[in-house]
Every structure is written in C-alpha cells, then in structure tokens.
Ligand binder design. Structure first.
Ligand code: AOF
Ligand code: ZN
Length: 336
C-alpha cells in the first residue's frame, strides 16, 4: 500500500478535482501490475494497473491494493469495481472509502456482493493526508485553505512603508512557485495586489499556473496590474456591480450586507476550486485565521531583522512540521 501511495503522488498537479489514486496488484508476494490516475478525465488507477499486467490469468489469485475505494459510477470512465469483478480478482484492500456521494460505499458493496474479499483502512491516515484537498472539498463543501507568509526573525512581514522587500531566500521563493503548481488557486487581498503588483504565476517551477483570485471590494485596483494581463484566469471578488465586462478578469459581486470571506469561499467552492493558497497580506491572513478558515499555515522565518514594520499575524495552531529551506526555517502549522 505504501507503494500504491507513492504511485498516487505521481498524479499530483494533473488530476484535480479528482483525488490522487495509486494501485498495485500482487500475486503470491510478487507485484505483477501497477498504475495510477495520471490525468483528470483519464483512466483510473485500477484500469492502468490491470492494463499493466502481462498475464491476466494470474488475476483470480491476486490481491489489488488501491488507495481509494474503487468507483461504482459511470463518470468519465466506466466503474472500476465492475472491472475488478470482471477480472475476478481474489481480494481488494483500500486505504480510504470514497466520500464522493456517487460512490460512498457502493463500490465496496459491489465487490463484496460479487464474492471478492474486501479490507479497508490500511494506511488510512496517509491516504487522507495525501488527498486532504479532495476530502475537505467533498466533506466540508469548501476548498482546502493554505495560508502562506514570510516573516523576519523579529516578526515583521514588510517594512513600515510597505515597499516590496524580499524577506525569504531564493530557495524558499522557488518552493512557493512549486506550491503554486500544486493548488488550484492563489488568493491575495487588495493591498498586496496594489503594493506588490504580483504576477501570481509559477514562473520559477514547471507546472500549471493556478487561477488568480483577488479581493477588490470597491473596484479600486488599476487595470495595469500584472493580475489583469490576461495571462491566467483572474477572479475578482467585489461588493460593487461591474457594468462593462472586461475580458481580462471575471468579476464576482458579493452581498455587501453578509460577511465577505464566507461568501467568497462558498463561491470558490461553486467554481469547483479544490484548494486555495492565500499569500497575503497580513490583514487578510489574519481574517482567515480569526475566522477559523484555514487548514495549514506555511510560514517562512528568515534570519533578517527589520526592527519595525508590518507585524506578522498571530497564529493559534499546532506546529506540525519544521524544515530548513536555505537560510530560512519553514514552519507548518495546523489548526488545534
Ligand atoms: C477510482 N480510481 O483512480 C480515481 C477515482 O469523472 P471520473 O470518471 O474520472 O470519476 C471521478 C471520481 O471517481 C472522483 O470524484 C472519485 O470519486 C473517483 N476517483 N476512483 O476508482 C481512481 N481517481
Ligand atoms: Zn474508478
């Protein structure tokens, strides 16, 4: 199953909003087939694993390790449960049940009804961690929310005059670009958009660029910003109606009388965006933290000293991981 989880990870960045799924087929202690879900809309892990088996006559004596319950529905592909039944495999072992209401237990029930032995929950925690975006999206009906910022050793995010100044080192910045290829969307507030004029793409890493999301409640941002260069999709959340539609961004008006962030998150969910990385600024990050709207905070602590400036948001969370990245420390927090 560890091997199946490793294979699943090869789909990272290519399968969203589907989960990453890996599959290993074992015949008498020997791996005879492997596969993973490689591409959104493409064959599922089980199909690729079965296809990789040279001698299909071994399947009735084989165990299938798959990281997610085999599907039971006709989606972009026919049901994997039906395939495993047709190939008369002996046993199926899975990490996690599929929370997708189209499947949700029906795949396992189908297998059992066909007389296939089924075991669940093997390395379940790793499976949930791997597909935490997918599970959060379906179970909590909202995108997985990652907060990210860099701070100086003395706890500042920017100089007092807010002029753009690099805090973290080059390796950290490259890592952030890699992260951008791993999430569906990247969000910044109005002040960050205005002061930093960020491109919000993944130019320091190869992979797909995320959708850019910016908050501009009162439509004050100038159209000359990189965000509006048309190079990637940009969603603008506002409370004002926008009369002339503009080909370079999609404007989404929210109700000014209702709390803004919950509305924004609900709309992002409706747009089928499974994960969002929030990159600032301080006030926006603090709003997410204070409203309990976060799943992970990734904080770069640099050795630089500023002495004064914009204070870092206060985080009440559990330090889950600490890692050295160049001269910086990367600290990952999770909610308590
Ligand atoms: C599996 N094996 O490798 C994956 C599964 O639109 P479709 O047909 O690709 O179906 C997508 C849904 O299928 C997805 O939401 C999840 O419930 C399940 N994903 N199932 O048996 C796989 N990727
Ligand atoms: Zn399937």
């Amino acid at each position: 199953m560890s091997r199946a989880l490793e294979l699943a990870k090869l789909g990272r960045g290519h399968v969203s909003p589907n989960p990453m799924v890996g599959c290993v087929i074992v015949h008498h202690q020997h791996i005879i087939g492997e596969g993973w879900h490689r591409q959104y809309g493409g064959p599922h892990a089980e199909v690729n694993a079965v296809r990789s088996v040279a001698d299909e006559s071994l399947l009735p004596e084989s165990t299938v390790y798959v990281t997610l319950e085999p599907c039971s529905h006709y989606g972009k592909t026919p049901p994997c449960a039906d395939l495993l039944i047709a190939k008369r495999v002996k046993k199926v072992i899975v990490c996690n049940d599929d929370p997708n209401p189209l499947v949700a237990g029906k795949g396992l029930a189908k297998l059992r009804a066909a007389g296939i032995e089924v075991e669940t929950g093997l390395l379940a925690e790793q499976g949930r961690q791997l597909n935490r975006r997918f599970f959060t999206f379906i179970e909590q009906q909202r995108p997985y929310l990652i907060l990210k910022w860099a701070e100086t050793a003395d706890g500042f995010m920017a100089p007092a005059d807010l002029r753009p100044m690099p805090i973290s080192g080059t390796l950290s910045r490259q890592l952030v670009h890699k992260w951008r290829t791993e999430e569906d969307a990247i969000l910044v507030g109005t002040n960050t958009a205005r002061h930093d004029n960020p491109q919000l793409n993944a130019r320091l890493w190869s992979g797909r660029n995320p959708v850019r999301i910016v908050i501009d409640k009162h439509l004050q941002l100038p159209p000359s910003l990189h965000l509006f260069d048309g190079s990637q999709q940009t969603l603008v959340y506002t409370v004002l109606p926008k009369d002339e539609p503009d080909g370079r961004a999609n404007y989404i008006p929210l109700d000014p009388e209702t709390p803004f962030l919950p509305q924004l998150i609900a709309d992002v969910f409706r747009q089928k965006i499974q994960s969002v990385i929030v990159e600032g600024g301080a006030a926006l990050l603090e709003s997410f933290l204070n409203q309990g709207l976060w799943d992970e905070a990734r904080v770069f602590k640099s050795p630089k000293i500023l002495g004064d400036g914009l204070a870092t948001p206060l985080i009440r969370g559990r330090l889950a991981d600490t890692e050295r990245v160049g001269d910086d420390w990367l600290m990952t927090y999770r909610p308590l």
